[in-house]
Design a protein around this ligand. Structure first.
Ligand SMILES: Cc1cc2nc3c(=O)[nH]c(=O)nc-3n(C[C@H](O)[C@H](O)[C@H](O)COP(=O)(O)OP(=O)(O)OC[C@H]3O[C@@H](n4cnc5c(N)ncnc54)[C@H](O)[C@@H]3O)c2cc1C
Length: 246
């Protein structure tokens, strides 16, 4: 049951993303039918850079729903159940997470928070608790199996598993939901583990679809001020109260 490292991999995305978003925007503002033009745009009748510029200009006006037509699917491993509990709060997404009912967690891997890893005494205490939890899980599993619970033993034995338990999850979000996710989770106020994952995702997406994700990031980057207030600000941007005058 070793400490596990985070992996973030892009599995799939909507093909022809720029042209698809361009077509969705064009359908809103032009009299023609994009069904007649889409193939020509894909062939370059409107150059990709021009499509991207058009998207950029309209996005800047706050019209965001056409970017919902493009989605990205990520596979993540080496993250804690503490992270996935926060992740699945993002409702505009689809999730498939490794089950603690069907997958035996007898030798579960765990996530060691860096702040704990740095302090020898804390690390030893943490690791000893992980071993203790694994032992108790295994004992309960055996007792429940002997009591006739069969494969269902995992279902109740898992109640002793810690938040640090490693998990794997596949999830899909559309571009609009991703922008919201990055605004919240790339912020210094977000918890370190989900923030690390969010920045890894954003790094991938800036390469995949720069027209949408080049300017993505914590809220302050878009607003030009920090909306988090005095108590939570990281200090990178001025506070809202110092910038917005009534
Ligand atoms: C720093 C930080 C601290 C947090 N602390 C806590 C905490 O202490 N306790 C806690 O419970 N949660 C906490 N959260 C989670 C937070 O409240 C959200 O549940 C989570 O960030 C998902 O965001 P979301 O609702 O914007 O995303 P999504 O669920 O993906 O929704 C995206 C957007 O769709 C719209 N939307 C979705 N559903 C509805 C709806 N039902 N009605 C109206 N509009 C909707 C909203 O505009 C929303 O922003 C915290 C989050 C952060 C970033």
């Amino acid at each position: 049951m070793p400490a596990k490292k985070m992996q973030v991999k892009l599995l799939a995305s909507t093909p022809n993303a720029v042209t698809l978003i361009y077509a969705a925007f064009r359908q809103c503002y032009a009299p023609g039918y994009v069904g007649d033009d889409f193939e020509k745009w894909l062939q370059g009748e409107v150059p990709l850079e021009k499509q991207a510029k058009f998207i950029e200009n309209i996005l800047a006006s706050g019209h965001e729903s056409p970017i919902e037509h493009v989605s990205f699917t990520f596979a993540v491993e080496g993250v804690s159940r503490a992270l996935t509990h926060q992740l699945v709060r993002h409702r505009i997404a689809s999730y498939s997470q490794q089950s603690q009912r069907y997958v035996d967690a007898r030798d579960f891997d765990y996530i060691l928070p860096p702040a704990i890893a740095k302090i020898e005494k804390a690390k030893a205490l943490f690791e000893s608790f992980m071993h203790q939890a694994a032992q108790t899980y295994a004992q309960l599993q055996t007792i429940l199996e002997e009591a006739g619970q069969g494969k269902k033993a995992n279902e109740d034995a898992r109640f002793v598993l810690p938040n640090a338990c490693e998990s794997k999850v596949v999830f899909t979000m559309n571009c609009r939901s991703l922008l919201n996710f990055f605004e919240l989770r790339c912020c210094e106020r977000a918890q370190w583990e989900i923030r690390t994952m969010a920045w890894k995702m954003l790094k991938i997406l800036r390469k995949e679809l720069p027209v949408i994700f080049n300017l993505a990031g914590p809220k302050c980057e878009r607003l030009g001020y920090c909306p988090e207030g005095e108590k939570f600000t990281c200090g990178k941007y001025p506070l809202a109260k110092d910038v917005i005058h009534s």
